[in-house]
Design a protein around this ligand. Structure first.
Ligand SMILES: C[S@@+](CC[C@H](N)C(=O)[O-])C[C@H]1O[C@@H](n2cnc3c(N)ncnc32)[C@H](O)[C@@H]1O
Length: 264
């Protein structure tokens, strides 16, 4: 009998302190861990020595292992259980597996093969990056909702952004994978009737010791992003709530150099 289980585990946005207790317990007890590029080094360092680690890469436009191959890998790992002893297979993903994480596709394949699986939610990057930049995604009087949208499009398709979400001025927009199509996104937001003075935050490597963030407005976004030389992974947050960052900006990342100096 095959008693393997594949755990689709959200690793959160980077800060290891944001892992759930369940995620940490599974990482510590896994037989094999299959992980993405967005899982931070600090979290990878928590994997006990001797646990097999399989990196499957994945970043916008450059997949080290195509999704179909990742699906097959998970199925194979579960099916070779008896010979190799892969009982606990942890599929570790950045953020939450079900938010722009293709966790649904992986779970469907496992279900179709009759393989046991569990989903372990993680803190998604929109929530975490906003919190670490001092931006409440909703705030009475400024935003009564939030839309999580993607700025990524498949190479063969036009970027289609949900116009309803853009027009919904009382809602914050949290844009995942937005850097590559930023001008298109800005144009769409302006066309939907949001003012060019709308505040915008871009948070790079949110929650990690490398976090940087930029606060600007829609009309200056392209120029400011290029001046600040922001690169992925980055979260774009658009809406009046961003104005609160000047009061609530609390996170002071400790850079590695500072750590080295303080322990020297
Ligand atoms: C493929 S999506 C995966 C999202 C993930 N499942 C989640 O729930 O956060 C990758 C995008 O998430 C965002 N992202 C993930 N981690 C981030 C971080 N630490 N800082 C900023 N953005 C991040 C970026 O927009 C990145 O392009």
């Amino acid at each position: 009998m095959n008693d393997s289980c594949v755990y689709l585990v959200g690793a959160g946005p980077g800060d290891p302190d944001l892992l759930t207790i369940k995620a940490l317990r599974l990482i510590e007890n896994a037989d094999v861990i299959v992980y993405d590029r967005l899982v931070s080094d600090e979290i990878i360092n928590l994997i006990p020595a001797g646990v097999a680690k399989i990196f499957v890469g994945k970043e916008t436009g450059r997949h080290s292992l195509p999704q179909d191959d990742i699906n097959k890998l998970l199925v194979n790992l579960a099916q070779v259980n008896e010979t190799k002893g892969h009982r606990y297979i942890v599929r570790l993903k950045g953020g939450d597996p079900f938010i722009f994480g293709r966790g649904g596709e992986e779970a469907i394949v496992l279900a179709r093969h009759g393989i046991k699986f569990e989903i372990v939610p993680g803190i998604t990057s929109a929530m975490a990056c906003a919190a670490y930049a001092g931006i409440p995604l909703t705030h009475r009087g400024l935003a009564d909702g939030v839309h999580f949208i993607t700025g990524h499009r498949r190479a063969d398709l036009e970027l289609e952004i949900d116009q309803g979400a853009l027009r919904d001025k009382n809602c914050t927009l949290a844009v995942y994978m937005g850097l590559g199509n930023l001008q298109t996104i800005i144009n769409a937001v302006l066309d939907a009737g949001r003012p060019s003075s709308t505040p915008v935050a871009v948070i790079e490597q949110g929650t990690t010791s490398q976090q940087r963030h930029l606060i600007t407005e829609l009309s200056n976004l392209m120029m400011d992003i290029s001046d600040a030389d922001i690169s992925p992974p980055a979260m774009v947050v658009i809406g009046e709530v961003v104005s609160l960052a000047k009061i609530l900006d609390w996170f002071q990342p400790v850079m590695e150099e500072d750590l080295q100096q303080s322990t020297a």
